[in-house]
Design a protein around this ligand. Structure first.
Ligand SMILES: Nc1ncnc2c1ncn2[C@@H]1O[C@H](COP(=O)(O)OP(=O)(O)OP(=O)(O)O)[C@@H](O)[C@H]1O
Ligand SMILES: Nc1ccn([C@@H]2O[C@H](COP(=O)(O)O)[C@@H](O)[C@H]2O)c(=O)n1
Length: 214
């Protein structure tokens, strides 16, 4: 079974995707880490994230980079949303994600374009959302816990800017696939959000394929 989980920054999609992977015994890929890895390479080489050629030159990296804690910084997330708008960067990362999705037995992937571009035939698609203010509060708490000293206002501004860039780009913009189930986590605890996700997967996976677009 392939499960696609999309949504904006800090909506809780990664938390849900990891929990679903555990629940169903499936491998999980946080595709945002791939764009963050490109961003980290750009930053380390002091390249220009706005220049497509600089970003493309940073797309070749080993899987080991995906475990680098520097990927989780606010700065890496911001630059990731700049490099991810370049069509050639998306093209360079496409096959890596498709191979992961199509491995025998299935997989769970989370990101922005899993249900629309990477795995349009996924068995189950979820689109996770929460209000910008709630997402900013969650991300702020997470960054503070990790020792990053950043104001709530700055996190909220960053989330709004990222939402805007991710939704407006021409290539694979952030949007809910027509056949994705919407899951608003704004007023759900993590446990309640995960339970809701599992019940959506159960319902959707049991449906005949012709109903999937409804
Ligand atoms: N339902 C929830 N209630 C409260 N906190 C939550 C909930 N879901 C997730 N969180 C917390 O919010 C933060 C962001 O969640 P998560 O990393 O899952 O979001 P994301 O959508 O994957 O973000 P990103 O796109 O930036 O990777 C984490 O600290 C997580 O523990
Ligand atoms: N499938 C994806 C995943 C991510 N991005 C871009 O990367 C940025 C960082 O992603 P996080 O999920 O780690 O926050 C994000 O803002 C997107 O610009 C993407 O384009 N497609």
């Amino acid at each position: 079974m392939i499960i696609a989980v999309d949504g904006p920054a800090a909506s809780g999609k990664g938390t849900i995707a990891r929990a679903l992977a555990r629940h169903y015994g499936l491998p999980h890929l946080d595709t945002g880490l791939l764009y963050r890895a490109v961003a980290l390479n750009v930053l380390r080489e002091e390249l220009d994230p706005e220049r497509e050629a600089d970003a493309v030159a940073s797309c070749d990296f080993p899987d080991s980079l995906l475990a680098d804690p520097q990927l989780r910084t606010d700065e890496a997330g911001r630059v990731a949303s700049v490099v991810s708008a370049h069509p050639l960067v998306r093209a360079a990362l496409l096959q890596r994600q498709r191979r992961f999705a199509q491995q025998p037995g299935g997989a769970v992937l989370d990101g922005r374009d899993i249900g629309t571009v990477i795995a349009p035939d996924a068995d189950v698609k979820l689109f996770v959302k929460a209000t910008p203010t709630i997402r900013a509060q969650r991300r702020h708490a997470e960054l503070r816990k990790a020792g990053q000293n950043v104001s709530l206002d700055r996190v909220l501004a960053d989330i709004r800017a990222r939402d805007d860039r991710d939704a407006r780009r021409s290539e694979a913009p952030l949007r809910q696939a027509a056949d994705a189930a919407l899951l608003d986590t704004s007023f759900l605890s993590i446990e309640a959000a995960v339970q809701r996700a599992i019940s959506l997967v159960e319902t959707r996976a049991a449906r005949p394929r012709e109903q999937a677009g409804e």
